[in-house]
Write a protein that binds this ligand. Structure first.
Ligand SMILES: [Zn+2]
Length: 467
């Protein structure tokens, strides 16, 4: 009897432990009624966003300012526009966080032409300086061109590179579902540096794009301190095809390049921050944001005017539907994501040292396509909890919640319990990315607005259920 009592006590103890330690998933904690109620809220977000198109028209205003490269007068105009808008939308607190940013300008001369060729002398190539490229020395630069497909080939042919212009003829892999950016971006960032080590005098990069056109895509180029800096340009995809063919026929042709881009002293700038203060837990912060700077080609509608406005609209949707958040919902528009991440660094330091706790930080910087997924950087229990809300998120078009990276900006908030990346469909993303193609006209209002609704729904779930 005594033995039995002790056995049943042990069983009870083990059972109690199992109950305490078993992961509390939402399928257990949400009743059918709660799920129905939450789905109703999700549907209200969807209806409001789609019917009003308020964010879409705000994006029009932002992009009417023009491109917003860090350090430019336009970037400051956009920052003050956003600050004023957040105040007009009635956020509880709106402020600017000062941060010094790099300042580079492409100038007004970007010319490349094929010269010293028997057949095609003086044929222009459409080029755009890569972001941060130095100008051509004195007036122009001329040399023979060597076509290179990969860093391995560059190493193998290093003896032949000296004194030449390296043409990275490496099209993005169109056969990959994700668009193949992962296999080419490092040639834009590190291509000049790698070629300069072997004595190259300049770099032509086949434009990184999924579109078959001639608008070159820019993006940052990196120079190491110890290596000689050489000018680097992106060449239109069609003109890259032309150059490839021309080099096959005349390997000794020369290209003449002229750029007058320029570096300036670091410039004062700001992150734009606005919040609705939590009614119950004001010191628990849910951050949602995008980056207010853009490249200087196009108007940064997709990258990342979209993410900025969707983030602002998350807060505005709460207000439009008269939902008072229990936790503080904070919109952060980060400056300088494209060429330095100084805004992310400044905000990350601020958030990590604050007495307020960031329970979740969501980033929208993947374009304006139809909602697809949320990628969550957190512990497995937290990820499981967010996953269990999928039936509710699905009302906005979200198909998946998965473990993964968040984004370049919120990734810097190390103290956040969860860092989340909003993932819209990306099939057209690299048609526009960092190029003149990134215009307001390419934004589809329904796809864009569903993004605001999807983000608002996840923010709402975190606000009500915690993490
Ligand atoms: Zn971006």
């Amino acid at each position: 009897m005594k033995k039995l009592t002790s056995l049943s006590a042990t069983i009870m103890f083990v059972l109690a432990l199992l109950i305490i330690s078993s992961p509390k998933t939402n399928s257990q904690s949400l009743s059918d009624k709660q799920i129905t109620d939450y789905k109703n809220v999700a549907n209200q977000f969807v209806r409001k966003a789609l019917e009003d198109r308020k964010g879409y028209f705000l994006l029009k205003e932002l992009t009417d300012i023009g491109p917003r490269l860090s350090g430019s007068p336009n970037s400051i105009k956009a920052i003050h526009w956003a600050e004023k808008k957040m105040k007009e939308l009635g956020f509880d607190k709106v402020w600017l966080q000062p941060v010094m940013v790099p300042h580079w300008e492409r100038g007004n001369i970007e010319k490349a032409k094929i010269v010293s060729s028997k057949k095609i002398n003086n044929r222009n190539l459409v080029v755009r300086a890569l972001g941060g490229s130095i100008a051509t020395d004195a007036k122009e630069l001329q040399g023979k061109v060597i076509s290179i497909k990969s860093f391995e080939e560059l190493r193998e042919k290093q003896e032949l590179v000296k004194g030449k212009i390296v043409f990275y003829d490496r099209p993005l892999d169109q056969g990959l579902y994700s668009g193949g950016y992962g296999g080419v971006w490092n040639y834009r960032v590190f291509g000049a540096d790698s070629a300069a080590k072997y004595g190259a005098i300049g770099v032509l990069l086949r434009s990184i794009t999924t579109k078959y056109d001639n608008n070159p895509h820019t993006g940052v180029v990196f120079y190491a301190d110890q290596v000689k800096r050489i000018p680097a340009v992106s060449v239109g995809y069609l003109d890259s095809d032309f150059l490839r063919q021309a080099l096959k026929e005349e390997p000794n042709l020369e290209v003449n390049l002229k750029l007058n881009s320029k570096w300036f002293e670091d410039a004062p700038s700001y992150n734009v921050i606005g919040e609705i203060t939590g009614s119950k837990y004001p010191d628990e912060v849910i951050t949602v944001g995008g980056h207010i700077d853009s490249w200087d080609l196009g108007v940064g509608a997709n990258d990342d005017g979209t993410g900025c406005i969707q983030s602002m609209e998350v807060l505005d949707l709460f207000k439009r539907l008269n939902i008072a958040p229990q936790r503080t919902i904070r919109c952060v528009l980060f400056i300088n994501e494209e060429n330095g991440s100084r805004g992310a660094e400044a905000y990350g330091n601020f958030a990590d040292s604050s007495i307020q706790v960031t329970i979740a930080a969501m980033e929208a910087d993947a374009g304006s396509g139809t909602p697809r997924d949320f990628s969550v950087d957190s512990d497995s229990l937290t990820i499981e909890k967010i996953k269990s809300w999928l039936p509710i998120l699905a009302e906005t078009g979200i198909l998946e919640v998965a473990k993964g990276g968040s984004g370049a900006d919120v990734g810097r908030i190390k103290s956040a319990k969860a860092r989340i990346g909003y993932g819209p469909d990306g099939q057209r993303y690299f048609d526009y990315h960092h190029s003149d193609n990134d215009q307001f006209s390419i934004i589809h209002p329904r796809e864009f607005e569903l993004g605001s609704a999807a983000m608002a729904t996840l923010v709402f779930m975190i606000d009500r259920e915690g993490l």
